[in-house]
Design a protein around this ligand. Structure first.
Ligand SMILES: [Zn+2]
Ligand SMILES: [Zn+2]
Length: 236
């Protein structure tokens, strides 16, 4: 699905309706944000092919954070493309499997249908193929067409990505749209206060198109939807 011109959304039901994004700005080659759940990356490879490109055209692989659902196809795409892999340094040693992902709470929170994933993350059940991160990235860096936005809370090194010219925000797991629009899955959020601060920061970007880690993207009205959710959460 093309979210806005040059931005393609790919999803799969496994990993909590996880989504990844392929970007073609026509200048920098292809940029891939996250890698879905499957280790063979077949959905990503099919998307590359369907826009008439080759896997070697992927120049940048950027990771929002180091949770298993987003790392599945990383090793395969890295191997096939030779692209540089970027992440925040706090996530990098999890991606290289030098450290386990920080356990989330066992306490159930809505949406309860993702509780099996929460337990799986806690017990570190599903492994990914480890990959060394080539470059640590921070707030304000530019990779391909994207500006890096530091958006911690879901995890300490969680990043979002902004394409100002196309009014596009890739919010990672700070926001989800599955099973319903939510300000992140509470049971997976390591630091809720920090997450709220990040969400206010993301709302200020006033992006129209909103891509998230779990669920379908919003092609328009993203900032408004986020503002509404934030104002509701204030009155809780
Ligand atoms: Zn996550
Ligand atoms: Zn996730």
């Amino acid at each position: 699905m093309e979210v806005v011109t040059g931005v393609y959304s790919m999803g799969q039901s496994q990993g909590g309706n996880v989504h990844a994004f392929l970007l073609d700005d026509g200048v920098n080659g292809l940029t891939l944000v996250d890698t879905l759940f499957d280790t063979d990356a077949h959905r990503i490879l099919a998307q590359v092919q369907s826009i008439g490109k080759q896997v070697q055209d992927i120049k940048h692989i950027i990771l929002t954070h180091a949770h298993r659902s987003h790392l599945g196809g990383l090793a395969r795409i890295k191997e096939l493309s030779g692209a540089d892999v970027y992440a925040h340094e706090w996530e990098a040693d999890i991606i290289s499997a030098d450290r386990k992902a920080q356990p989330v709470t066992f306490k159930p929170y809505p949406p309860y249908r993702v509780y099996p994933l929460q337990v799986g993350l806690n017990l570190d059940i599903a492994k990914h193929v480890p990959i060394r991160v080539d470059q640590y990235i921070h707030q304000g860096d530019r990779i391909g067409p994207l500006q890096v936005v530091f958006a911690p809370g879901h995890s300490p090194g969680h990043l979002a990505f902004h394409w100002p010219e196309r009014r596009l925000l890739i919010a990672g797991d700070a926001i989800c749209t599955w099973p319903v629009f939510m300000l992140g899955w509470r049971g997976f959020t390591l630091n809720p206060k920090q997450s709220m601060e990040s969400l206010y920061h993301l709302a200020e970007l006033e992006a129209d198109a909103l891509c998230v880690g779990h669920g379908e993207p919003l092609k328009s009205g993203g900032a408004k939807r986020l503002q509404e959710a934030l104002s509701k959460s204030n009155h809780r």
